[in-house]
Design a protein around this ligand. Structure first.
Ligand code: GDP
Length: 479
């Protein structure tokens, strides 16, 4: 491992301090934190000036220098804040369990390919149904693990999640063997994705989480999909039982409710592709926050994987809000023009502030991945993504403060994620540890009723069958 550069050290101290501020929440400490941030920025500016000096000596433009091999081996490269920040986004090992898990995993891979986000560092799909595994387009064959073959012959477990849990447990070594190919030293966390209403994902996901927690020190997160209300009692019962189990096995369970995302007049099945895109758009922006592509801008107060991990720590259930608005991408201006003091023209800063605060409200009060009451949320994270000229610090700070008031939480983190080419400014709000979730209560209620009904129906049909076959002792069995 290479020694830490000056900028790395200053960045680490500044980050630790910010965490400290969040913990203590004292005005005085906040001011000292800001002073350290200013010091960090000064270090960055100092570095930029150094690079400019280097360029003027070499007569080579900055962008060319930053990618040249000689620059990469120079001390200047070690000090480059771009280099430090290029890889601070979340890197995940993704495990898709069951049909929904596999399809969402596929969508994450498509998101990575489309945006170059590089979130997924390792991926496997696990299923009991051969046909579902074959439907996954972007995953090599040896990453698609068919389990339970001796029991269900590749035909799936139906909606029997107890059987799903059993066969996952039986074939856990095979799953673990596939995971050995994942470069665990490169990842920040595991993410297990599954639909909770079915059989394989519903039963298997908690079993896999339990196994990963025993083996690795990296956090293990769940992304659970709740069934639509019209899918019937058995799906609701499965989801309620899986949710209860899964949440205890992971470091945090992020939820997505199909019921809230169905378009009117459309059955849940018909809308799955569109729903999966919406789902991955949200989680994709969250996990890629902090990703700085070659030549793009450095965030003023960059969000990185540690902020996401800290917002998710403490366990429980999380929900995600998102809102975006189209903007004109400003002309690409090189770092040299910025060094000369030229700023982006034509972007009104009051308008930029208002745009961000209104987006934060829309993201929080609009449709969440899991509809819930915001008040009482334990921790939150605000990410504002878009072209850097639109990401104004005042707007983000206002948005963060507003979120503090809405949630009543003392732990609200915030920052920006400069990215080009999307043509939007977006606000993403991660609500970590939500406690007031009427949908979960309703799910439990319906599940309890379904469980009782199922019990009664089984008893009644046993009685009715016995009555049907009763011949008053007139008939004898063959043997
Ligand atoms: P499994 O293969 O036995 O785990 O079951 P499925 O994944 O087919 O279904 C479990 C639940 O996931 C269902 O209740 C559906 O609500 C949901 N589901 C299935 N496919 C998709 C999908 O592509 N997207 C989303 N969002 N949900 C899905």
């Amino acid at each position: 491992m290479s020694p830490l550069s000056e900028v790395d050290r200053v960045a680490i101290v500044a980050k630790c301090f910010n965490e400290f501020i969040i913990g203590l929440k004292l005005e005085f400490v906040e001011r000292v934190g800001r002073a350290i941030n200013v010091a960090f920025e000064t270090a960055q500016n100092w570095h930029r000036a150094l690079v400019a000096y280097h360029n003027s000596r070499q007569g080579t433009p900055l962008e060319t220098v930053s990618s040249s091999p000689s620059y990469r081996h120079s001390n200047l490269y070690a000090l480059d804040p771009h280099r430090y920040m290029r890889c601070v986004h979340m890197k995940l090992a993704l495990i898709g369990v069951g049909q929904a898990g596999g399809k969402v995993l596929d969508e994450f891979l498509a998101y990575d390919a489309r945006t170059g986000a590089d979130i997924v560092r390792g991926a496997i799909a696990v299923n009991t149904a051969k046909a579902d595994l074959q439907g996954i387009d972007r995953l090599p064959k040896d990453r698609r693990i068919l389990i339970g073959q001796s029991r269900v012959k590749g035909h799936g477990v139906g909606a029997d999640n107890e059987l799903g849990a059993e066969v996952t447990e039986e074939d856990i070594d095979e799953i673990q063997g596939a995971l050995d190919s994942v470069p665990v030293h490169e990842i920040d966390a595991f993410l297990i994705v599954a639909g909770l209403g079915g059989g394989t994902g519903s039963g298997g996901a908690p079993v896999i989480a339990n196994n990963l927690k025993r083996i690795y020190t990296e956090p293990v997160y769940g992304l659970g999909i709740l069934p639509g209300g019209d899918e019937g009692g058995i799906y609701t019962l499965n989801a309620a039982r899986s949710l209860k189990t899964f949440v205890d096995e992971v470091d945090n369970l992020m939820l997505f409710d199909n019921d809230a995302w169905r378009s009117s007049g459309e059955s849940v099945e018909e809308g799955f592709d569109a729903i999966n895109e919406e789902l991955v758009q949200r989680f994709g922006v969250l996990f890629s926050a902090g990703e700085i592509a070659e030549g793009s801008d450095v965030a003023e107060s960059v969000v990185d994987s540690s902020e996401i991990i800290n917002t998710l720590k403490g366990g429980g259930i999380s929900s995600l809000g998102y809102a975006d608005v189209g903007v004109d991408e400003p002309e690409r201006d090189g770092l040299l023009s910025r060094l000369r003091g030229e700023t982006d023209v034509g972007i009104d800063s009051t308008e930029a502030t208002n745009r961000i605060t209104s987006l934060v409200r829309k993201a929080t009060l609009g449709r969440l991945t899991l509809p819930c009451e915001v008040q009482g949320t334990e921790r939150a994270l605000l990410v504002v993504a878009g072209p850097s000229a639109y990401l104004n610090r005042k707007g983000i700070e206002h948005g963060r403060k507003w979120l503090e008031e809405q949630t009543g939480s003392m732990e609200v983190r915030g920052g920006d994620y400069p990215r080009r080419g999307e043509g939007t400014v977006a606000a993403l709000v991660l609500l970590g540890g939500v406690t007031n979730v009427p949908r979960v209560k309703e799910l439990q209620q319906v599940a309890i009723e379904a469980q009782q009904n199922l019990g009664e129906i089984t008893d009644e049909s046993e009685d009715r069958f016995a009555e049907l076959m009763d011949s008053d002792g007139e008939l004898e069995s063959l043997f």
